[in-house]
Every structure is written in C-alpha cells, then in structure tokens.
Ligand binder design. Structure first.
Ligand SMILES: [Mn+2]
Length: 482
C-alpha cells in the first residue's frame, strides 16, 4: 500500500473510532481532537500521537513501540511508549511503556512522571488517563476545560522518528567498533587488552590502596549520571541494545555519563551452549573497546565468573577452565595472562551519590570503606562480594536487610540509597527485581534475559529501572553500510 493510501485509511479508521460515540462533536482529526469528559477508544497501532496537557502548554508523545526492523515490540497486541519529546531525543531520560492491560494516569502528583516528563512546575491533579486494551488506546480526560488534546503525528519524519534515531545510534556503534562487529584477530586483541590494563593500573575515581594502586572501590563524583547493567553472560546483543537506547551513547560521548557493568559479562547461561566461549571473547572485545574509548567513564566491576577458576562451573561444565583454555587456543598464552591480569586489576564496588552497586552481595559485617579499598588482602571479603546471596533457611550465611543497611552506612550514604546487585536472578522470565525480599531500595539486576534487557539509570536524583526489548543488534549493525 502506498504511503498516502495508508495514511488515508488510517484517518478513516481514526474518524470511525471517534464517530462511534453518540455525542461526539464533529472534529477535524487531521488537526487535533479535544477530549472532553468521555472515553475515546482509538483502534490504531501504526501512528504515533501527540497529547497536549495543561491547556496545551505541555506536549507528550505516544509511540507504538517498534523494533529496528519495523516490527511491533513486546506483546502480540503491541505496546506503546510515552515520553517527553523535548528530552527523549537529546538526553538520558525516562519513558513509560503501556503493554496490553496497562494504564497510566498522567499528572504531576507522581514523582516518576515529574522526573521523566518535566511536569513538576505544572499544577497538581489528574490530567489524562491512557490505557492499552488489546492494542487499542483508550483516552479519558480528567483535566478542567479546555481539557487535554490528542493529535496523530502523521508526518513521515515523526512516524519513523524513534526508529530512525536508534538506527543512527546503531551506525554510531558501527563507527565506534570500526566496522563489523566480530571477534578481533589475535594480534589486535592482545594490543587492545594491554591498553586496557594500562588504563586500569592508573584507573581514575579509584581511591588508592595501601600499596598505592587503584583500590577496590570506584567512587563516582557527585552529580554524575550512570547507566548500570549486570550479568550480560556473553549476550553481546543485550549490551548493544542498551547502547542503542535512551541517550546513553550520546551522554558517554558528551562526557556526561558513566556506564557501569556489574561483572559476569562472560560464560553463557540458560538454554545456550554452556561450553561455547566465542560470545564471551566477542563481548569482552566490545567492552574493552568501550573502555578504551571512554577510559574514565566505563567501569567494569568484578563478578565471580571473571575468573579461570575451576570452581566456576554451570550444569557440570567447568566454564572458568574452559574460558582459560579457549583464550589460550584462540589468542595465545600471553592474551590469557593479560586477561588474568585484567581480573586482578578490577574494582569490586561502585559508590555514587545516588546508588551503591557490586556484583553479588554486601558484606555480612560492618566493613569500612578502607577495608574494601584494600580488598586484595582479603579473600573472605572478595568471596562475599562476588558469591553470596540473600539469606535463606538453607543458606544461613546469606546476607540480610541489616547487611544492606550496614553497607550504606559504611559507605556514608543516605538510608534510602539504592543498593544494586546482579548475580542472583529471582526467576527466569525477568531482568530486574525491585525491593527484593521486602528490602526497600535493594534491587537485583540481571541483564542476560533473551527477551528483555534490564538497565538501571539515574534520572534526576533517583535511580530507575528500564527494560528494553532484545534485538539482534549484531546482525543489524553488521548489515548497515559504512
Ligand atoms: Mn555471578
């Protein structure tokens, strides 16, 4: 169908959905539709909308969520994302996703909405509800006259804006990686990891230990904004999805943000072949390129899988040993040794103004920051931070709510500072678990799910969770031309 025909039929359906209403006034829907106090159901999934709130002084955009290949993302009936167009394309910001059955009531009383949509200056009270019912949007105005207003965004540029914006980032990633995404040849790989280890020997934002080397803690400057991912487990596409979403890549390039990777980027999980180590090599190449490009902004925090230890095993597969063998076979003994050195140079904890994070768990006793900075002399502490899990009847040595509290106190953070860990997914169908075990502001992040990749990002003074659909980014980037 030609574009103009598609647009005509869309308008026809849109008009039909409005004229179903008995008392509906005659409106020119090409312009806009003023919502009075009745529900409007819109049977369309292919065009975005603008909604005007607060007497047309604030505009938000509602887009059908699309993957980079143009297909609908998420549930079979389609999902929508709602955002502030003045921020969404230019900075790290939040958005709301409406999946089938979801409803949002827009208004400045909600803290998340104030942080994501820039509406804190607007009067309190509900403005507009939007629900997704089997892919149809239902609008209900709550604002006083003149009421909220919706208008389809029909111009092609607007229709494809989100996908085009993300494709431009995919191109940026191709440029950053110098062309196709594929494992490096042994010589370039050795050069790269040596450069990275040189950076780590002098890594910034790491208070020095008693031997004068960068210590076990990354302390980010106040006012910094971070994007946090955890446990990628060789899911290269998940890392690339994150870098193609939100304003992360732009903010890294502008020097305004940090990317924190909470360990365990290697060794496949789940249904994938547990002994396949190619993906692990590739993802470390990509992380090393990022570190080289943004040496003072990208931080890799050590996980238990960042090791050649024979104790690292999954489903009877000795992944630590296999990883060492693979590196030696594919890239030589020197490369393997450099990877070991990379592991020994890594930090274990990151502390920022608005969050604390590490791979697995807080220590199970009050531990001053100096002790964590000098963690290399403390295998017991290493073991706790990398391997421990929440206390359970069959795991009495696990950590508790009290340990999370003590961790904040030792690191001199407020009592409500989020403590973020990876390592322990609470089910196999999600990527973020908030307030785990009823512990306020303690979150588990696991970024290697095959459908969604979870990220925690600071917006304003808070750290919020976001989920992005996983897409085959490697092949998408490799199919782009230079
Ligand atoms: Mn782990």
């Amino acid at each position: 169908m030609a574009k103009t025909d598609a647009k005509k039929s869309f308008l026809k359906r849109l008009k039909a959905s409005f004229s179903d209403l008995a008392e509906c006034e005659e409106v020119d829907i090409k312009e806009s539709y003023r919502l009075h106090n009745k529900k409007i159901k819109v049977h369309v999934g292919e065009y975005p909308f603008q909604v005007n709130l607060y007497g047309d002084t604030k505009s938000l955009h509602v887009y059908p969520e699309r993957l980079l290949n143009g297909n609908p993302a998420g549930t079979p009936s389609g999902s929508y994302i709602i955002f502030d167009p003045d921020r969404y394309f230019s900075t790290i910001t939040g958005f709301f996703r409406l999946q089938d059955g979801d409803k949002i009531t827009l208004g400045s009383d909600d803290e998340r909405q104030r942080d994501f949509l820039d509406i804190s200056e607007h009067p309190s009270g509900r403005q507009l509800s939007i629900s997704n019912r089997e892919g149809n949007l239902v609008f209900k105005n709550h604002a006083p006259k003149p009421g909220s207003c919706i208008a389809p965004l029909l111009r092609d540029k607007k229709v494809n804006r989100v996908v085009d914006w993300r494709l431009a980032k995919a191109r940026g990633l191709r440029e950053l990686y110098g062309g196709e995404i594929k494992p490096l040849d042994p010589e370039s790989a050795l050069t790269l990891i040596r450069e990275v280890n040189l950076i780590l020997e002098q890594e910034v934002h790491r208070p020095k230990n008693n031997s004068g080397q960068p210590g076990g803690v990354v302390v980010l400057p106040d006012g910094s904004v971070s994007c946090i991912v955890a446990d990628l487990h060789a899911k290269t596409d998940n890392l690339l999805v994150v870098l193609s979403q939100n304003g992360y890549l732009e903010a890294l390039e502008a020097g305004n943000a940090y990317l924190i990777i909470l360990g365990d980027a290697v060794h496949p999980e789940g249904e994938t072949k547990l002994d396949e180590m190619e993906g692990s090599m590739l993802i470390m190449d990509l992380i090393f390129r990022l570190k080289l490009r943004f040496p003072s902004q990208v931080f890799y925090i050590r996980g238990n899988h960042d090791s050649f230890s024979e104790e690292i095993a999954k489903g009877g597969i000795p992944q630590g040993l296999l990883w060492g063998k693979q590196l030696k076979n594919a890239r030589g003994e020197q490369y393997k040794q450099e990877m070991g050195r990379f592991y020994s140079l890594l930090p274990y904890v990151v502390v920022a103004e608005h969050f604390i994070a590490c791979h697995a768990a807080p220590p199970t006793s009050a531990t001053p920051i100096e002790t964590i900075i000098n963690i290399r002399d403390n295998p017991k502490l290493v073991n706790q931070l990398l391997n421990n899990r929440l206390q359970r009847p069959n795991r009495p040595s696990g950590y508790t709510k009290g340990d999370v509290k003590k961790f904040r106190k030792s690191l001199q953070r407020d009592a409500d500072t989020p403590v973020i860990v990876g390592h322990t997914p609470m089910s196999n169908d999600d990527t973020i678990w908030e307030n785990v075990d009823g512990i306020e502001n303690h979150h588990i992040l696991y970024s290697s799910d095959s459908e969604w990749v979870g990220v925690m990002t600071q917006i304003g003074d808070k750290v919020y969770p976001f989920r992005y659909p996983v897409e085959p980014m490697t092949s998408i980037i490799n199919s782009l031309s230079d």
